[in-house]
Design a protein around this ligand. Structure first.
Ligand code: NIG
Ligand code: FE
Length: 416
């Protein structure tokens, strides 16, 4: 098979070196190489480094050449927290929020998660797959090459399974790669809202084991929050998920201090996400653990809510990742470049920290850190060429820093 050689890269960010999520000062080291080249074969990186070093590994005549024209090349973003299977935007929720109503008030007025559940239940698998294909192109056009994606808008077996099948179908078609998470514990469905224990038993005894048996998801997630799932209920859901062999994720401390972060540490979950209301003791506990703190500041922006304490988390030694949280209720934005900008301007993350969090730590938070998120020999060739000569332009020209092309597994899948 032919080799591909990318030449004329002004700055290549390689994120080399570590086999675990980055924390503390390591978040600053992006591994920038000037005048770089990348050699690719069969979808994998053969070499990435200074041009003269890479050229020793091959002869350009036998390669397909891609000229990066003096632009910046980075690994694709790994967006490690999304809810992309839904059937319609929630504009009414948006308008109510502009009138000053809160997320919980809007939910009790008939909006919120359950309104999306209504529409998803009425949509066919094919219809939902059509929507997801549309989003998947948008992710690729903005430089995201891999997605963690959650169910959670079905809330019964038939519909949760439908969503997970859509994710697996569209992921198989590619080129966007999708890792699925079961989020049956997203809300109590309306039809049994006064009998929550029935739904929780269904999750634990039937749905979670069945998700694992049918290999429909790699991770299990729970929305640990007042009005959704309490810490004790989340614990039971974690136990069942662990028993079924699913990795653990949690929506923690999003709207209040709910105890989710402590639970994540106790169960050694892969990630605890949101963390808007996290306290100092929990930050210390996270820092001592292997749990990744996935921050999703696009949702804080969209809900006009205070941001999670990114600086404190990083300075305390927590492994921080950044993700979009793309969903119709709290973050209708799929673009990780905007997330980077918000992380820098609103949470005071350094540009390098934000990029590491969105790429290499994103890969670990999606369970793919060994193969994705950095450019070393043997890793997948997921690369994005940004229209910038300096990587710092990406969050700087916020919302206006175009992607020139996106490569997934060695193939150009989007070109401007
Ligand atoms: O991550 N918090 C729970 N889930 C989503 C919102 C879902 C929705 O509002 O539809 C989140 O913010
Ligand atoms: Fe979420």
């Amino acid at each position: 098979m032919e080799e591909t050689l990318i030449l004329n890269i002004s700055q290549l960010l390689a994120f080399p070196g570590l086999d675990e999520p980055r924390r503390g000062r390591d978040l600053n080291s992006v591994g920038m190489i000037r005048d770089a080249a990348v050699l690719i074969k069969e979808g994998l990186i053969l070499a990435a480094g200074p041009r003269e070093v890479v050229l020793k590994r091959t002869s350009p005549e036998k390669c397909r050449i891609i000229d990066a024209e003096g632009r910046v090349v980075l690994p694709g973003f790994v967006d490690s927290h999304t809810h992309p299977v839904f059937a319609a935007p929630r504009i009414l929720d948006f308008e109510r929020r502009l009138e000053g109503k809160s997320y919980s008030e809007i939910a009790s007025l008939g909006g919120g998660i359950l309104s999306t559940v209504d529409l998803v239940r009425k949509s066919s698998e094919e219809n939902l797959a059509g929507f997801l294909r549309k989003w998947s192109r948008k992710f690729l056009e903005s430089g995201t090459t891999t997605l963690e994606a959650k169910s959670g808008y079905g809330l019964d077996w038939e519909n949760e399974r439908k969503i997970l099948r859509v994710l697996s179908q569209v992921g198989k078609e590619g080129p966007l790669e999708i890792v699925s998470t079961f989020l049956g514990a997203h809300a109590i469905p309306a039809e049994i809202k006064d009998r929550r224990e029935i739904y929780i038993r269904r999750l634990i005894d039937e749905m979670i084991p069945q998700v694992a048996r049918e290999n429909l998801a790699r991770f299990s997630d729970v929305f640990c929050e007042e009005g959704y799932f309490s810490k004790e209920e989340s614990r039971e859901i974690f136990k069942a998920s662990q028993k079924a062999g699913l990795g653990l994720k949690i929506h923690a401390e999003q709207l209040s201090q709910s105890g989710g972060a402590k639970l994540a540490v106790e169960f050694e979950a892969l990630s605890a996400d949101h963390l808007d209301h996290i306290g100092d003791a929990d930050i210390r506990a996270l820092a001592r653990s292997r749990v990744i703190a996935s921050l999703v500041p696009g949702s804080n922006y969209f809900l006009s809510k205070p941001y999670p304490p990114a600086r404190k988390l990083i300075d305390s030694g927590v492994a921080v990742a950044l993700a979009s949280d793309f969903n119709p209720g709290t973050c209708p934005c799929w673009d990780m470049r905007i997330v980077l900008s918000i992380a820098c301007t609103q949470m005071k993350m350094k540009i390098e920290e934000a990029l590491s969090a969105a790429i290499v730590n994103g890969a670990f938070a999606a369970g793919l850190g060994k193969t994705h998120g950095s450019l070393q020999a043997g890793k997948v060739a997921d690369l994005v060429c940004h229209e910038a000569e300096d990587y710092r332009e990406i969050p700087y020209y916020f919302g206006q820093s175009p992607v020139l092309w996106t490569m997934k597994k060695g193939k150009i899948v989007f070109h401007r």
